[in-house]
Design a protein around this ligand. Structure first.
Ligand SMILES: [Zn+2]
Length: 228
């Protein structure tokens, strides 16, 4: 039996913070009771400060998966707050669409459908899907780039009722709306970012930044850094 296992590397386990998924965790053995009675030690997360006895030990290869599950749970718990914010982000840039296409109410209706869901909590897949697709349809027909991205932002906002991460998509397209003119894109993105950040509840900002680092295209991130 020992022979067969000889070539296999033993699995490496790490202690992980159940709140934030960091593996920057300290073990505190200082309590003499732990020694005397064989009680589990206390752990403390150096990332978020959370302390407790129940920190899971997981296979090192599963850390990414664990973190991504935590993220999803966190976003699901905050889905309504995210939808409120996504609707605000989309509404903030809606004038870019409506100035060009005043008769086309599809993006406005998508934001409205998002808020109906926030208010009632009643999720009807068909309605949400239709409102989102309609707004993306409006985007496809829009020749003006800023108007097109504004309609996309509204389409993403309403989709937050289905998948919370779409809120970040709404913010992303709203940033694209103000970035179409290279001469002032940096400044405008900076302003829009500040505005979005102010409206997003503090506890969600870390997830937003994390999403940006994974999903935002390089050119947009470069412009964000240039902000005045
Ligand atoms: Zn932590």
């Amino acid at each position: 039996m020992a022979k067969n296992n000889e070539n296999k590397l033993p699995k490496e386990f790490v202690t992980i913070c159940p709140k934030c998924g960091s593996i920057n965790v300290e073990t505190d053995f200082s309590n003499p009771l732990n020694w005397a009675y064989g009680m589990p030690p206390n752990y403390q997360c150096n990332e978020c400060g959370y302390a407790g006895k129940f920190f899971p030990q997981i296979d090192k290869d599963k850390v990414k998966e664990f973190q991504s599950e935590l993220r999803k749970e966190e976003l699901k718990k905050n889905q309504k707050a995210l939808a409120i914010w996504a609707a605000q982000c989309a509404e903030h840039v809606l004038p870019y669409f409506e100035k060009k296409y005043p008769k086309d109410k599809r993006p406005r209706n998508a934001i409205k459908a998002c808020r109906t869901w926030i208010r009632t909590g009643i999720f009807k897949m068909r309605d949400i899907r239709k409102a989102s697709l309609d707004s993306h349809g409006a985007a496809r027909k829009a020749v003006d780039l800023s108007a097109r991205f504004a309609a996309r932002a509204a389409g993403q906002a309403v989709a937050t009722a289905h998948v919370p991460e779409h809120a970040f998509g709404a913010s992303y397209y709203a940033l694209k709306v103000v970035s179409t003119n290279p001469s002032d894109a940096g400044v405008k993105i900076g302003k829009e970012l500040d505005w979005q950040s102010k409206h997003l509840p503090k506890n969600l900002r870390k997830s937003w930044k994390e999403w940006q680092s994974r999903r935002l295209p390089k050119n947009l991130r470069a412009l964000m850094k240039k902000k005045a």
